[in-house]
Design a protein around this ligand. Structure first.
Ligand SMILES: *Cc1c(COP(=O)(O)O)cnc(C)c1O
Length: 437
């Protein structure tokens, strides 16, 4: 083999490996032109807006495009009406969203006559469903906020609308709606939540607000049908975050947050820092300071390269792949499908209670790993942690061909497990004993 052949082979090997990772939400493949662009922009510093005004402009364009995807009317403008920033990922976006809620709660608590130093009566709290991503636990721990977890109810892996408002009181800084629950890929019913909040706020001393954690749904839902309003179309949603490195299709290291209104009430003044020493005074909102502008260029590249219609086509294909996996999983007759890919492109299933097999989803995880596939098995959140599930995240790089390869290997894996662990072929209806082959 000559050197080029070897490089090609290496590239294919690497891609094959990344494509077999069905556990991650993160982008592992971009166009070669985007790779090149990022390489060239690696030495830029996104925070230095006077030295790299083009990066700053691209950042603002991206914030605007995302804001308009999320229901902010097209005639509204960044800074005049809404505001946002790039971040290193959704984690930084969630931190900023949570901090804005906390600070604005403090500003409103004083006129309401609360002694906010008195943590016995006025410790701020945040309300969220129990299947939150770990960043929310970090947020509450780092900033001394009480986390009020709403347990999941039955098979419904989302915020329990019958009980969520029981967790809200005058010390609630906000409720988090999750547009894409990391555990299962299901979504909170944020439209119903918005109605509940509107009703609550009519008589509340301290009106409550919603921040939406749309880490992966935020750049998927706008491009396909099948979602109820979950974004700024809803009155009480004040801020939303998303990861650029999930369905934004940029390599890890990028997120976004948008606040609905550029007002001190929604984004308190103390969270905006004027930085004069880089040449020109600009507001800095982010927690991180210096970081490369490469990811911002890459996001901007994707947006103009694919456009709205391109993102729509890509995400519709992603959904097709996810639905295909569901159809194939159903043919085995041993899985209960929890999330079928008809909304977010996540496949999530458990073994049916009466599945006549002697193996578990953990065994399936290990067996699939022998073929190179990563398909994690893990327990549901608190309250239902007796249930084990498996999850596949379908990303844009998962083509139909890759899905077919996976399904071939899934069949081999299941045949192998049945062979090793035995399958129960007959169920004796009278004494309910099962007979293993
Ligand atoms: C991935 C994820 C996060 C964290 O995002 P990063 O971009 O990895 O920092 C937060 N919330 C949800 C719902 C997620 O899926």
């Amino acid at each position: 083999m000559n050197k080029n052949d070897q490089e090609t082979q290496q590239m294919i090997n690497n891609e094959a490996k990344a494509n077999q990772n069905l556990a991650t939400f993160c982008t592992t493949q971009m166009e070669p032109q985007a790779d090149e662009l990022m390489k060239n922009a690696l030495n830029t510093n996104a925070i230095d807006k006077s030295e790299y005004p083009k990066t700053a402009a691209m950042e603002n364009y991206c914030v605007s495009m995302i804001a308009h995807l999320w229901g902010i009317p097209d005639n509204e403008k960044i800074y005049d009406d809404f505001i946002g920033t790039s971040t290193v990922g959704s984690s930084e976006g969630c931190m900023l969203g949570g901090l804005a809620l906390l600070h604005s709660w403090k500003h409103r608590a004083k006129p309401a006559g609360f002694d906010i130093e008195d943590l016995h009566s006025h410790k701020p709290n945040l309300v969220i469903m129990s299947g939150y991503q770990v960043v929310w636990e970090k947020f509450c721990t780092y900033w001394n906020v009480e986390m009020r977890q709403v347990p999941i109810n039955g098979d419904q892996v989302s915020l329990d609308m019958d009980h969520v408002m029981d967790y809200v009181d005058e010390n609630t800084i906000g409720i988090i709606g999750i547009e894409g629950i990391t555990y299962t890929g299901s979504v909170d019913d944020i439209q119903t939540l918005d109605n509940l909040v509107t009703e609550y706020n009519k008589t509340a001393t301290m009106p409550v607000r919603i921040h939406v954690d749309a880490a992966f749904g935020g750049l998927f839902a706008p491009f396909v049908d099948g979602f109820n309003p979950w974004d700024f179309r809803l009155k009480n949603v004040v801020s939303i975050n998303v990861s650029g490195h999930k369905y934004g299709m940029v390599y890890p290291g990028l997120g976004w947050i948008v606040w609905r209104h550029n007002t001190a009430d929604i984004l308190p003044a103390e969270m905006r820092f004027q930085v004069p020493y880089l040449g020109k005074t600009v507001d800095s909102i982010a927690i991180n300071f210096s970081h490369s502008g490469a990811h911002i260029s890459a996001q901007y590249y994707n947006f103009i390269r694919f456009g709205l219609s391109g993102y729509k086509t890509i995400m519709q294909n992603v959904r097709k792949v996810s639905l295909k996996l569901t159809a194939a999983l159903k043919t085995y007759g041993i899985f209960d499908i929890l999330v079928d890919g008809s909304q977010l492109p996540i496949n999530c299933w458990k073994l049916a209670d009466d599945a006549p097999v002697g193996w578990t989803l953990y065994d399936l995880e290990s067996e699939l790993a022998k073929y190179g596939w990563q398909v994690p098995a893990y327990p549901l959140p608190k309250n239902r942690d007796d249930v084990t599930i498996s999850r596949i995240v379908v990303r844009p790089s998962m083509t139909m061909t890759i899905a077919d390869d996976f399904l071939d290997d899934l069949k081999l894996a299941i045949d192998g497990l049945n062979h090793t662990f035995g399958v129960t072929t007959t169920v004796d209806q009278d004494n309910k004993t099962t007979v293993r082959s």
